[in-house]
Design a binder for this molecule. Structure first.
Ligand code: SF4
Ligand code: SF4
Length: 124
């Protein structure tokens, strides 16, 4: 690289926004369509279990808990965040979020239960 061009690059770099993130001091803004933690909306689920059938890692289980009521159990330790279940669901009951801070010391806490009551939060 010629010295003149190099000087231009240096000057440019001085005023450019850094390409790196100061994580965890700064929160990450994940890109649109990022496939993070999967969430389940029991109000939309019809219990067809297509998500279970298509999940490549056996991470999702749908249980019938009442008349036309279903809960989803998602094992985040098995999930590979491919979002195949989201694509397979005919009722859009599953959604990939931008949530990435999922690390746990206790593996049992990675099993997330989304109850049949839409107002209840996911239990871990
Ligand atoms: S994101 Fe992929 S691995 Fe995770 S539950 Fe859905 S289909 Fe299974
Ligand atoms: S594919 Fe969708 S509607 Fe069918 S069981 Fe799974 S979450 Fe429910």
């Amino acid at each position: 690289m010629r010295p003149g061009k190099m000087f231009g690059e240096i000057l440019c770099s001085l005023f450019k926004k850094p390409a790196t993130n100061m994580y965890p001091a700064e929160k990450l803004d994940m890109p649109k369509n990022f496939r993070g933690k999967i969430v389940f909306d029991p109000a939309k689920c019809i219990g067809c279990k297509l998500c279970m059938k298509d999940c490549p890692s056996g991470a999702i289980t749908i249980n019938k808990v009442g008349e036309k009521q279903f809960e989803a159990v998602i094992d985040l330790s098995k999930c590979i965040y491919c979002a195949q279940c989201v694509d397979s669901c005919p009722k859009k009951a599953l959604e990939a979020t931008k949530e990435v801070e999922l690390a746990q010391l206790d593996i049992k806490k990675l099993k997330v239960v989304f109850g049949a009551n839409p107002k209840s939060d996911a239990k871990e």
